[in-house]
Design a binder for this molecule. Structure first.
Ligand code: AMP
Ligand code: MG
Length: 329
């Protein structure tokens, strides 16, 4: 029997692997000088290259599907950015497929949908750009949403090994299909998918939290207060990107808190969709800070949600209660 979404899964895995080759190649060019100059060109090149190759594969295979992705090619087409387009072209041709610059821009713009439709993909070509520049964690996140429900999610994590502290070796790939579980496999090379499960931790004092490295993306002071009230003594593990969802899904952390830093910030769907289903299918739970489910029916933002709380399910209610008690809004 053919499983539901098998064709979409194989297509998505192949697309994410193509993108990861480009990201790895570009990341390997980052030098101390890039850091010192605060030069963001590597992330620009890899971001657009990644989006081009993922949208190429998805659009060629499923021409009727829309894709809500982070980038569009407008800025690449202005003269001052000719050098960027040249370098993106070079990476795409070297690691994926021969194509003209115009073709690459057209692939990027396949990701230009913003509105909700009954069947769409959402893509973050490089989630965690700051981690990418620091040569730490980043992810390529792809999800398929049908009638507002995520059915398939894929996370490519090129710098994530068997544990957060391990050498990344071939990187990690995670995927989940609604009702069929969540799996991990090496991003590069051979390897059978291995089912993953969230932790069984039920004592809040023993919970291991993870959160964003960037204090502008998650209110770290508020999450420290939540941890203190729960009796947690261990420091949070800080890492960039949706690698945090993967780390909860495989039971290495018990929760991921993303508490709002600004009243008017709305989370972007591509920063979450791929990770959400991986955690849910591994037995975990994902809501916003009020305990409400995330709503993937409002186009590119999670318009009605505030922040995000991810857990092994067992700890979810106590975390939400504590967030409320601390007064996070
Ligand atoms: P992380 O790697 O978990 O720190 O998250 C990276 C993502 O944070 C980026 O893809 C941005 O879309 C998103 N982001 C940017 N500003 C904010 C903010 N004020 N609050 C939450 N997320 C943000
Ligand atoms: Mg992102």
């Amino acid at each position: 029997m053919e499983y539901a979404w098998e064709h979409e899964l194989q297509t998505g895995l192949s697309a994410v692997r193509d993108a990861a080759r480009i990201c790895r190649s570009v990341q390997s060019t980052i030098t101390l000088e890039t850091f010192q100059k605060k030069d963001k060109s590597p992330v620009t090149i890899a971001d657009f290259g990644s989006q081009a190759v993922v949208c190429r594969v998805i659009g060629d295979t499923f021409p009727n599907d829309t894709i809500i992705a982070e980038e569009d090619s407008a800025e690449l087409q202005v003269l001052e950015n000719a050098d960027f387009l040249h370098r993106i072209h070079d990476e795409v041709c070297r690691h994926c497929v021969e194509a003209s610059k115009d073709q690459i821009c057209r692939w990027i713009d396949r990701g230009g949908a913003t509105d909700f439709t009954h069947r769409f993909w959402t893509l973050d070509p490089i989630d965690g750009t700051k981690g990418f520049l620091r040569k730490e964690q980043y992810a390529i996140s792809l999800a398929l949403v049908i009638e507002g429900e995520i059915q398939l999610g894929i996370l490519g994590c090129p710098n994530l090994g068997q544990t957060v502290k391990d050498d990344p070796q071939n990187g990690s790939l995670f995927y989940a299909i609604r009702g069929q579980g969540a799996f991990a496999l090496p991003l590069e090379g051979e390897g059978e998918p291995r089912p993953i499960r969230v932790s069984r931790t039920s004592d809040p004092a023993l919970a291991r939290f993870c959160e964003s490295v960037e204090s502008g993306h998650s209110a770290q002071g508020a999450s420290a207060q939540v941890a203190e009230r729960l009796g947690i003594t261990a420091d949070p593990v800080r890492l960039d990107s949706q690698a945090k969802y993967a780390v909860v899904a495989r039971g290495e952390a018990d929760a991921y808190l993303r508490l709002p830093t600004k009243a008017d910030y709305r989370e972007m769907i591509w920063d979450h969709a791929g990770g959400v289903i991986v955690v849910e299918e591994a037995g975990g739970k994902v809501t916003d800070v009020t305990g409400a489910p995330l709503e993937f029916v409002h186009g590119h933002t999670l318009k009605n949600n505030r922040g995000v709380v991810v857990s092994n399910a067992k700890l979810h209610d106590v975390i939400i209660d504590t967030i409320r008690a601390v007064g996070v809004k």
